[in-house]
Design a binder for this molecule. Sequence first.
Ligand code: F6R
Length: 608
Amino acid sequence: MCGIIGYIGDRDASTILVQGLKRLEYRGYDSAGVATFTEGTIPVRRCLGKLENLERLLRDDPIEGKVGIGHTRWATHGRPSEENAHPHRAGKVVVIHNGIIENYLELRAHLGKLGRKFTSETDTEVISHLIEEAVLSGRDIVAATREAIAQLEGSFSIVVMHQDDPETLVAAKSATPIVIGLGEGENFIASDIPAILDHTRRVLFLEDGEMAVVRRDGVTLTTFAGEPVSREPRVVSWDPVTAQKGGYRHFLLKEIHEQPQAIIDTMRGRLLQEEGDVSLDELAGCEWATNAKRITFVACGTAWHACQVGKYFVEQIARIPSDVDYGSEFRYRDPVIEDGTVVVVVSQSGETADTLAAIEAARERGAKVIAICNVVDSSIARRADAVIYTHAGPEISVASTKAFTTQLTVLYLLGLFLARRRGVVDAEAAAPLIADLVNLPSHVEECLRRERAIEKIAKKYGDARGFLYLGRGINYPIALEGALKLKEISYIHAEGYAAGEMKHGPIALITEQVPVVVLLPKDAVYGKSLSNMKEVESRGGRIIAVTDSPSAELEDIAWEIIQVPTTNPCLLPVLLTIPMQLLAYYIAVYRGTDVDQPRNLAKSVTVE
Ligand code: F6R
């Protein structure tokens, strides 16, 4: 996610802004910028890349002033570039923004008709123009901001400056965080506490739908509608490292908890609920995608597990034949690509060498390529014919969590999109499938509420020699993912197996020392899976069952039962994933491993 900082006081603003942005560097960013009030104007300095570049720019071309705003951008709309970096200006208005404006194309078209010219590809720029329009029609900066945000759909936190009002910063929040830091004769605004922790520990958190007018000598809170809000400041005791982790002990746990929001951000603007449809603008005009005769998924690691679930989506929902391969296999096996094959590559980083090479292999053989990626303008995004972005925000912990569940969200959307375009599913049939997706974030929240129970289970089984993970059908890849998460961060050997395969070999492993995690949804093979479990139990295996439907029979044989909410079978893999992540996390914590930086692993595997 992007980083926001604002300052109003008596010290040199650009120094404080850059310092604050440095405290947010851990969040990841691709460009940065600052703006300050200087002698009746607001000069802006922006650049691509690291903050060192911005510091160099400010050394060569300094800006003075005691009031200003700064931003680090993680690209969502428009590639990383100087033009797309924040702050964005429209006339006398300068704005920074975190989040996604869903209706920005509509607003851009409307503003274009008013003669407004745009200099970037961002959704943010429409905000500055909307505010400037309101100012020109006679509003002050506070009223103009209020009027502009009433037109915005999506998630945003913004900070606004106006050239004619150098004593005021206006902040507003909807869905993405804003915190106000209170000082003596100076005040701060930030997207996260670490940015201001060097200066103050007295803070006010804005709630959704609230605005703050921040001046040197005070802060006024109101709702978007202008109702006054009174709130006592809180004093944060976090040290800088805890603050970076949002108070969580590890980035991994923070990212696990960010999943409901990451899923919301990923589906934002892509659901046409009333029409029983989904929209993927990225595939507009791509007839080759909608007419695909086969979809071949290619990825590595966790993203490969997402592809395994994706295969079910395109087969079950869109009825398109599909297969899945590892990037490292696909690139060297001289694959036969038939006419009409579309290759879908999935990658969080967009830089994985094997996946990138697979794109070349696919294109050389005439296939079109869709990339599902989390990093805008990454190498994989650039090489593909079309890109659908997950909006998980930066994933810092090495083990992938929120990237995975947002990949599943996009793959589900892709399945629905193809099914609707091909006439396999009509609006009436699609409506409940879309409604289930809308409910998914709250179901994920419910899974997260099992955290304390899972922590206890982790302590009880944390000394095990190995683990077996079993699942069937669409949930088999989740068993693989559960095993991978455990291996990566706890260093316990774990294997994922298709439950029906257990008797063909792995059953020999079962002892009390090798607990068996079973994914057991109430589906057509529930009875069969229970029989498999009885085989485990009769050999002394300790069963940890994860299910949406506990039953007396299951209670008889399982040592532990973790319940998740019920949803449609295609979305259940997302819910079953959450206990897998929490179990791996708490076992790793119990064993005292380096959770965020597990040994021998890198976040982005850019070599073969
Ligand atoms: C596991 C994990 C890796 C990655 C794999 C692909 O937790 O993170 O298995 O999924 O290295 O990386 P991306 O998705 O960046 O291509």
